[in-house]
Write a protein that binds this ligand. Structure first.
Ligand SMILES: Cc1cc2nc3c(=O)[nH]c(=O)nc-3n(C[C@H](O)[C@H](O)[C@H](O)COP(=O)(O)O)c2cc1C
Length: 149
């Protein structure tokens, strides 16, 4: 079974997840945006990121390998912004052909919950599995346990 983890990370929690999955023989692909999507000051970051996630913004991504034909299982990693998927993940989902794939979403957040994202995923991909992680960089053991398959 060939597996790929395609993910976005703004502050490194997704990278920690990628390190765990790399050990499990996943191919790892990190996405980024062409232009910066979040301002630096914390307050503005939360306002701008939260607003853009709420309206479902989908910023242009830098070039990445979107071909997933060779994989049986696709894991998608996303931070949670204002309870929703981070905006680069919205673009990623538009660009991937996930039909016929076994899909798992690995969502990382401050709270370990992802209400809006879960709703969207359940609607678009009813078969997909969702793993919610609370700040993997801070709660490393808990994250590793939830990814022990
Ligand atoms: C713009 C923005 C909005 C966020 N909104 C939420 C939220 O609604 N709920 C939550 O639990 N965490 C929220 N967070 C925290 C991140 O989801 C969390 O720190 C996550 O682990 C970051 O992943 P990363 O380091 O891979 O970017 C937010 C972070 C940012 C930058």
């Amino acid at each position: 079974m060939k597996k790929v983890f395609i993910y976005y990370s703004h502050t490194g929690n997704g990278d920690f997840v990628a390190d765990i999955l790399k050990e499990k023989e996943f191919e790892i692909r990190k996405i980024d945006t062409e232009k910066k999507v979040l301002p630096n000051p914390f307050f503005f970051k939360m306002i701008v990121g939260g607003f853009k996630a709420t309206i479902g913004s989908a910023p242009k991504l830098s070039e990445f390998a979107s071909n997933i034909e060779d994989f049986d299982e696709v894991y998608i990693g996303s931070p949670i912004w204002n309870a929703r998927l981070a905006t680069p993940t919205n673009t990623l989902l538009k660009e991937l052909k996930l039909e016929g794939k076994k899909v798992t979403f690995v969502l990382y957040s401050g709270s370990g919950t992802s209400k809006g994202a879960t709703k969207k995923i359940s609607k678009l991909y009813p078969e997909a599995r969702i793993i919610n992680l609370k700040e993997p960089l801070k709660y490393k053991e808990e994250a590793a346990n939830k990814l022990s398959f």
